[in-house]
Design a protein around this ligand. Sequence first.
Ligand SMILES: Nc1ncnc2c1ncn2[C@@H]1O[C@H](COP(=O)(O)OP(=O)(O)O)[C@@H](O)[C@H]1O
Ligand SMILES: [Mg+2]
Length: 348
Amino acid sequence: MAEIQLKNISKRWGSFVGVDNFDLTIADQEFLVLLGPSGCGKTTTMRMIAGLEDVTEGDILVDGKRINDLEPKDRDCAMVFQSYALYPNLDVYENIRFPLRMRKVPASEHNERVMRAAEMVELKDFLHRKPAELSGGQRQRVALARAVVREPNVFLMDEPLSNLDAKLRVSTRAQIKNLSHELKTTTVYVTHDQIEAMTLADRVVVMSAGVVQQVGSPTEIYDNPANTFVASFIGSPAMNLVNGTIENGTFTCPGVTVTGIDTKHTGKVTLGFRAEDCIVGSAAPSISAPVYSMELLGDATMATFRVGDAIASVKADKDFRAEIGETVSAEIPPALTHLFDATTGERI
Ligand SMILES: Nc1ncnc2c1ncn2[C@@H]1O[C@H](COP(=O)(O)OP(=O)(O)O)[C@@H](O)[C@H]1O
Ligand SMILES: [Mg+2]
């Protein structure tokens, strides 16, 4: 059981603000992902929860108890880092067992707990190998098992997949998802990879420059981004954002006209729309322009246009082909557009 309350926590070093007024309750058993670009304050937030970094302002409560002044070792958080930090001279079994010895867990329990953790991450056949004899993915699984074996109140994971190649990242990601489903331990997971965030999280916290931009389920942040920062960070490709003006529900900018947008807003605006929502070759095109680039993705074809100073992508079916420079048309369904304030970037 662990509900974590972050009550307006901030971290400052001199006048530099690393994390600004972070206020959130993480539910018991929740899988929370902190997502944002490098330097936005994800690791700092996690280190404050772990007790590795003092909180400049605010309180951290676990199950209602203030833990600001507790030593890291007394917080019952198990951490997994990007670098596996295994003991090179110990084999897999002893690496997994290490936290039990450190925490003076009765020796009679060790074997059962180590074997259970090893089984969860599929390492039973590698127990007597040294870390040097393992692949990167296997090493990261040892680090996971070493966190699991403690049966902690809270898991804190900081970019645990970053050192793995693309294929291993996908399979290890699935393993973490399955593990969290089985263990139901409150987890705070840090990543700069929006796909990891979307696939793993119950809720995602999108951060930029120390400030929380939006908190929501993966679907909420994908379907209703709170501002252009979130819109441009989530999705692959990210949401198209083009500047123009809107009047009587019609958005225009050079090369793009979308009619029938349900809004009373007039004047300058940023229009957002997703590549997969566009209908290529529609009889009622909103955009008609020479193709700037074509990408074959296998399951779809992506056509890209230049729109003013921006680039916009539309997704066509996998057999669609056009030459670069050839004029292609696509419809942007008005109901699936997003409007943002042209100055602040906030959702309208
Ligand atoms: N000990 C420190 N002293 C001063 N600035 C720091 C310290 N640790 C981190 N920072 C700064 O705080 C910001 C947030 O860092 P961090 O939380 O590590 O970002 P992230 O994990 O999102 O990449 C960065 O600009 C970083 O340079
Ligand atoms: Mg970090």
